[in-house]
Write a protein that binds this ligand. Sequence first.
Ligand SMILES: Cc1ncc(COP(=O)(O)OP(=O)(O)O)c(N)n1
Ligand SMILES: Cc1nc(C(=O)O)sc1CCOP(=O)(O)O
Ligand SMILES: [Mg+2]
Length: 553
Amino acid sequence: MAYGGVILSNSLSFYQKRIVMSSRVQEKNGGASIPHVLSVAGSDSGAGAGIQADLKTCAARGVYCSTVITAVTAQNTVGVQSVHAVPEDFVAQQLKSVLSDMQVDVVKSGMLPSVGVVKVLLQSLAEFSVRALVVDPVMVSTSGDVLAGPSILSTFRQPIAASAGYLCLISVIILLAKSKEELLPMADIVTPNIKEASALLGGIRLETVADMRTAAELLHALGPRNVLVKGGDLPGSLDAVDIFFNGEHFYELRSSRIKTHNTHGTGCTLASCIAAELAKGSPMLTAVRVAKRYVETALEYSKDILIGNGIQGPFDHLLKLKSGSHSFRRKDAFNPSDLFLYAVTDSGMNKKWGRSMVDAVAEAIQGGATIVQLREKDVETRDFLETAKSCLVVCRSHGVPLLINDRIDVALASDADGVHVGQSDMPATVARTLLGPEKIIGVSCKTVEQAQQAWIGGADYIGCGGVYSTNTKANNPTIGLDGLKTVCSASKLPVVTIGGINASNAGTVMEMGVPNLKGVAVVSALFDRENVLAETKKLHALLMEASSSSKMQ
Ligand SMILES: Cc1ncc(COP(=O)(O)OP(=O)(O)O)c(N)n1
Ligand SMILES: Cc1nc(C(=O)O)sc1CCOP(=O)(O)O
Ligand SMILES: [Mg+2]
């Protein structure tokens, strides 16, 4: 079964199924359905892992999360002190309550403390339709505590002693032939860490990336459609390497190893983020990539926070706790319509026409510029910072965002509204980590792949060009209107186009009605002119006309 309890045709892709299901629900309620993950997992009193991590992850990723609690654990940053398994019939009742009432897109399972609970879950999946099952075979927490013996395997040699729960030996687990009654064959993805993969495979040694590949292949043979073996615990590797195997191809997914003690709950978070992205309609590999980035970003963001006295702390799923300043920034910092007339400055041009940067920015804003980017290529850092601060005063007084080209440090030091980075500048994901969640990040993209990466990296918009040739930026390849259309159509982010745009062609570009294209970014058409105010007004009027005629088409 590709998606547990399938009632929709298997010929439909996951995304198509989601649309069909959503429209059904909308018809019924007359409202909009939202992506929904059901987490079937244990409660963590310290709230770093388990149900609590799943709830926070889904909230952070914009997905609704309902919960079925399988066990209540007494744990903190020191470890797991005790486990109280919820009676199986009560787990069954919770499952029924949620699944009989709500349209769940994806079920994510975590701690399943007994064979009976696995069976109850399997019965519910057979009875109620969901479209994907993510199995995090929780047996060993990141703190090293053994949380559940049988987990996803419906059979094992001896029942796990329940009193201390977490102290059961995983060596009692053996693999039996796969059968429809087991959880693994139902899973769209299973996400073991090294210890769990080893336990699932009867205790084999996993010490290298090559071993992880072998494990992924062996686990895949047990029935799940995809396997992610997480190598976070692999000794001697600078990167965190995970192996993703879909039955055909292996993917080595690397992320930087964040130096932090705050890693409690990373496994639950990764799995619930995969579930959340699947619920939104992402393909599996994309969901896994996004989830890895999310965990990496959250770890980096929370590496210094201090919660509890133990050796392994929780991290901040909402990326807000670390710095008070981020949490009090204005909400909805970025409005895609701000891209409408995007003024990119050039101090050389301003000098040529004998005006200061601040005056040029003020005129552009008065003429209708909706966002400003300070692009300084040959200026001392100190001067760049001063200019940024002065321009920020003007921009803030008009409610126009000010972005800094390339220089995250200048953006941070001046408290500008964000940055614009290119493919050879700081990656968006790192910029996001440094700038926090509220700042605006734009990324230059010439290809669909780059646009996808920008989205995964947490950018707010992409700049796409050069649509025409330009004298402003040397050796800038053009992608033309066709290239622009291709990138815009695939982009999950709003797009502003750039490169050789002026009053004679801006209308043509905007009238095409390209999906996601929100505006034009210009340098010389505004600043290599004597009268910035007049040129900006002219371009603004043209864009208004073009966008109203494109809407009428
Ligand atoms: C809105 C916008 N789009 C693209 C760019 C180009 O950025 P990048 O590729 O980093 O090149 P430089 O501007 O740094 O030379 C941009 N600046 N703004
Ligand atoms: C800064 C920049 N980036 C480009 C890209 O293609 O990414 S083109 C460009 C310069 C745009 O200047 P003008 O409006 O004077 O043509
Ligand atoms: Mg750049």
